[in-house]
Design a protein around this ligand. Structure first.
Ligand code: GLV
Ligand code: MG
Length: 335
């Protein structure tokens, strides 16, 4: 991953804008909090100590008549909590909704200096990112926000998937992207009523064996989109994430979905339920056995070139680079 990278802070007022570096942070789980519910807000200080990112959700799952209360609740939560090194994000309302503009105006005015990332739903093209980028630049200048607020896009429409490369490259403010399987399923006309995960009818039947029995292999509905998103993100030095997994009663399926995403290159996923925090932490931290093997490769090829055999497997410059990805992540987890 190319992070950290240089970043222009587009402040128009005061001293010349300094060049900044994006922080390299662990963001294994983006934990969703409904900020209009006081009982949930009360848990945030404890939560902040357990998760990598706390996100105040203003969009889907917040009833229309609670939108303003959610925005106000987020501001109260941000003002009254010390998040330390835990990230503080919002998921704003969609850009074509009646709430989007005021979400940004009010939140940046009140707590812009504490806000790390704005997650923008239903992004369809670079134009959506440009709009939020300019608005954030104006609001940062007006309210003297000292560090740039980053943008994270949700990839959850067919049009967005078509334009994924342009979205990833749309602004130096881009932090990353999450797959939104629920909205994407609807946008694509998929025949599902689920939030992520597999489908029992999406399968491949093996050839009939001797007695007429045949194997059944379920397929990953999200493989294609995750792969496209990972390539678009990594080609632009930003981070790819798997999004939500809605069946809280099936932790095994959640873990399997998160793990596929991790292996494919994603750095984290959303946790919508407290039980998913531990799953994400486990999945998106590298396995100790893998780390030990990666460190053996790095030690066996100190300058990263040549070829060696380890446990009967060939290692060369390319596997050295793979090992470095795992060892670097382990270092971040251990820090
Ligand atoms: C998330 O927002 C999704 O639609 O899956
Ligand atoms: Mg969605």
């Amino acid at each position: 991953m190319k992070l950290p990278r240089r970043f222009f802070q587009p402040l128009a007022v005061g001293a010349p804008a300094p060049l900044r570096e994006l922080p390299v942070r662990l963001e294994r789980m983006i934990h969703f909090v409904p900020p209009h519910v006081e009982k949930m807000r009360a848990k945030v200080p404890d939560l902040a100590a357990q998760v990598d990112v706390v996100l105040g959700n203003l969009e889907d799952a917040i009833p229309a008549d609670m939108k303003l209360e959610a925005r106000r609740g987020f501001i109260r939560m941000a003002e009254s909590t010390d998040f330390g090194s835990t990230g503080l994000w919002i998921r704003m309302n969609a850009l074509n909704s009646p709430w989007a503009l005021d979400d940004l105006l009010e939140i940046v005015a009140a707590v812009g200096s504490k806000l790390d990332v704005v997650m923008v739903p239903k992004v369809e093209g670079a134009w959506d990112i440009h709009y939020v980028d300019q608005l954030l630049a104006q609001l940062e200048a007006k309210h003297r926000v000292g560090k740039p607020i980053l943008i994270h896009a949700i990839l959850e429409t067919a049009e967005g998937v078509k334009n994924v490369d342009e979205i990833a490259a749309a602004s130096p403010r881009m932090h990353g992207m999450s797959l939104g399987p629920a909205d994407l399923a609807a946008s694509r006309g998929m025949k599902t009523t689920r939030v992520g995960g597999g489908h029992p009818e999406y399968k491949v039947l093996g050839d009939p064996a001797g007695g007429g029995t045949r194997s059944v292999a379920q397929q990953d509905l999200w493989h294609y989109t995750v792969a496209r998103m990972v390539d678009a993100c990594l080609a632009n030095g930003i981070k790819p994430f798997y999004g939500p997994f809605g069946d809280f009663s099936d932790p095994d399926a959640c873990e399997a979905q998160f793990r596929n995403a991790f292996i494919m290159g994603c750095v984290g996923a959303w946790s919508l339920h407290p039980s998913q925090i531990a799953i994400a932490k486990r999945v998106f931290s590298p396995d100790p056995g893998e780390v030990a093997f990666a460190r053996r490769i790095l030690a066996a090829m100190p300058d990263g070139t040549g070829a060696v055999m380890i446990d009967g497997k060939m290692q060369d410059d390319a596997t050295w680079k793979q090992a470095k990805v795992i060892a670097d992540l382990a270092k971040l987890v251990e820090a």
